[in-house]
Each structure stands twice: as structure tokens, then as C-alpha cells.
Ligand binder design. Sequence first.
Ligand SMILES: Nc1ncnc2c1ncn2[C@@H]1O[C@H](COP(=O)(O)OP(=O)(O)OP(=O)(O)O)[C@@H](O)[C@H]1O
Length: 243
Amino acid sequence: MNPALELVSVTAGYGGVQIVREFSARLQAGTITTLIGGNGAGKSTLLRAIYGTNRFFSGQIVFKGETIERLPPWERLKRGVGFVPQGRCNFPAMSVAENLKMGCYTLPKAVHGSAIDRVTGSFPMLQQKWRTDAGNLSGGEQQILEMAMVLLVEPALLLLDEPSLGLSPKMQGDVFTTVQRIASSGVTVLVVEQNVRGALLISDRALVMEQGRLFMEGPADEVRSDPRIKQAYLGGNIHQTAA
Ligand SMILES: Nc1ncnc2c1ncn2[C@@H]1O[C@H](COP(=O)(O)OP(=O)(O)OP(=O)(O)O)[C@@H](O)[C@H]1O
């Protein structure tokens, strides 16, 4: 089966500095992959390289059979690459309804209404909070709104950078459940998560990055039980600490 996304020896960074080096991976459609790595390993840099917002040095990014590494971000978005960057990225002084309208900006006007209906149908919370300013939603609700704003364009690939950062355990659970629902609708998800344990539990596969390079990859449950991963990212013994 052809992968939904293939990274071939991707080298990317900022200015003259290479951060991600010769990174290769294949993601199958509708799967969730967690990208694990220590602080500063280059995880966010890899997501930005896939979306096209930093410097691409060499390699290939093949998305649905097409090489996209030289396309600007909006062309990648049009082709179905969605990105929710780290931190809040909604318009806090605008209502949920207005944020969703903003999320439609790359779509023809004629389909704005149906796109918003589709997304609010999937996330009833957005209907309930329709007139609430985004900045007054809970952290988890804001994260779901931000994912919904990207889902308006029906991406085939969703890049998520730390979706549960700063959320309570309950809200983290809500966000993870939402990510699972998104993937079960056929969207391929690549997620960077500080809650490595939680992310691995919902993931099919994991990629481990060290100093910008691929260190390990495999099924999420295998990576989760690897002694090196337990030691470095799961606080020693996953069986004692699993949620
Ligand atoms: N805009 C930028 N310009 C220059 N260097 C950057 C920029 N953003 C990140 N870096 C550098 O790239 C390296 C990797 O950062 P990156 O944010 O990709 O790591 P990360 O694995 O996502 O880390 P963390 O888990 O701490 O968020 C770091 O040394 C960082 O200082």
C-alpha cells in the first residue's frame, strides 16, 4: 500500500542551521503516529518542514504521491496538509462562529456553510459555545476549536504540535479521544506530544528522534515497551506509572 506521507531523507532547519537531518519515515492513511524526542530534538522543526514554514535543505516529502517540499504552505494546505502549531492559534477576541468562518478562508464562499455544518456536527461543543469568545473557552475546548478550524478544509494529513500542552488530565483525555475520532474518519495524524504515554496509547506507530535524526521507529506498543524509551520518556517503568 502506498503511504499517505513519505519523508525521504529530509534535512531542514532555520537560516543556515540544519536541525532535522536525513529523516525518513512512511505514514499510512488513517493512522496516528507519535513523534517522540527530547527537548530541542527537532520535532516541531520536522512538522514545520512538512507544512513548509521553515528552511528545507534536502530530501523529499511525498504526499499522496506528489512531491510537495518546494510548495508554499498554502499550496500544501490546499492539497490536504493541515497543521495545528504549538500554543494557542485561535482568534481569542472573536466568537467560535467567527473563528470557524476565519478557518474557511481558503475555501470557496459557496461551501463555507456546509463546511461549518460538517465540523460542528462532529463537535457539538462548538454549537453549544457558538457565541462564546474563543479566549473564554477552556484550554481543551480551544484545542478542539483549533483542530476543527483546520478540519474545515478536510485535510488528509493533520500535523499536531503538543495538542495537550497545559491541559488538565481530563482535558488531555478529551483531546486524545478527539484525535482518535479524527483518525478513524481516515485522516492521517502525526502528533508531537509532551504526554508521551497518553499519545502512545492512542497511536498506531511511533517515531523517535534524537538530535534531529531518526533513532527508532515501530508499532506504538513496541516502542512503549522498549527499555530505552521507558527510561528516557516514560519515567522508568511504564507498568508502574501507566495511567
Ligand atoms: N525559529 C527558529 N529559528 C532558529 N532556530 C530555531 C527556531 N525554532 C527552533 N529552533 C531551534 O531548533 C532546535 C530544535 O527545536 P524544536 O522546537 O524543533 O525542538 P523540539 O524537539 O520540538 O523541542 P521541544 O520538545 O522542547 O518543543 C532548537 O535548538 C531550537 O533552538
